[in-house]
Design a protein around this ligand. Sequence first.
Ligand SMILES: [Zn+2]
Length: 320
Amino acid sequence: MRIAAMLATMLLAGWTTAAMGAAPYHLIPGAVPLDSGPDGNTIVLDAPKGLIVFDTGRHPEHAQAIIDYAKARHRPIAAVVNSHWHLDHTTGNWDIRQAYPHVQVYASGALEGALATFLKNSRVQIATMLADPKTPAAVRDQLERGVAVIDNPDRIRPNHIVAKSGPMTIAGRRLEVHLAKFAATEGDVWIYDPKTRVLLSGDLVVGLVPFMDTACAEGWSKALDSIAAVPFRTLIPGHGPVMTRADFLTWRNAYNAFVDCGHSTADKKACVAGWMKDAAEFIDSDHRDYVSEAADYYLTTRLRSSPDEQQRYCKPLKAS
Ligand SMILES: [Zn+2]
């Protein structure tokens, strides 16, 4: 009877399975559709003051799934942590801020440089696409959502800057928060929880293919070394299914081999084939063509571009 009463109290307080140790996190998987941009994975952690949401996705449906989960748990979203500024991880900040005006948003300061450069250029490209009547309606919605946050960056901007690695108390919960500089972006935040040995990597680890649009290849490799040095058992990547430590080590080898191949004189096709083989366990059959095209694109634009271009994201982004 007493246990039943205790359970009822915990359920009312929202302290369900997560607090009882059965599931130390809740994953809302990000979709990677073939006809529009991806959503990053969202991971929800319990904290004394409410829920901590790690990454908020791009599409409204993804943001709504996060809010629906919080409502079902009867717990407020107290904090958002963004792994990096890419819009497939931050656009939902606005939806969450509207539903939970007191939410505290944590991220690196890398958004500012991106707004002055990469996102400014994206804004020009988006305007061209929106002006083209051939742009399909579904893509148009996504583009307009992108424009809305680029034009109103306060919607996604952090109000707490993660400037260094170290323990941090977020929504009353102590976590090891790490900052990787000049990796997938100018500042990538990843989290390790020593109690549960769960690591949230953001896009430093991505199931299908490393999204290298704003990557410093060498810095990224160093960030993977820092992740490997932590005794995690479970790693939740920025996109794709949950990984074991062995999965991560396979992925890291595949990443390093891809970058080495990109910097060698090997045929580009051989580098793409190398990625498809080394990372085969992280690529589902529906996404094989998508991954192979993306790998080819990143080889051309990031690993085989001019030395200056290759180093573009290895230093702070500044408007030219
Ligand atoms: Zn992503």
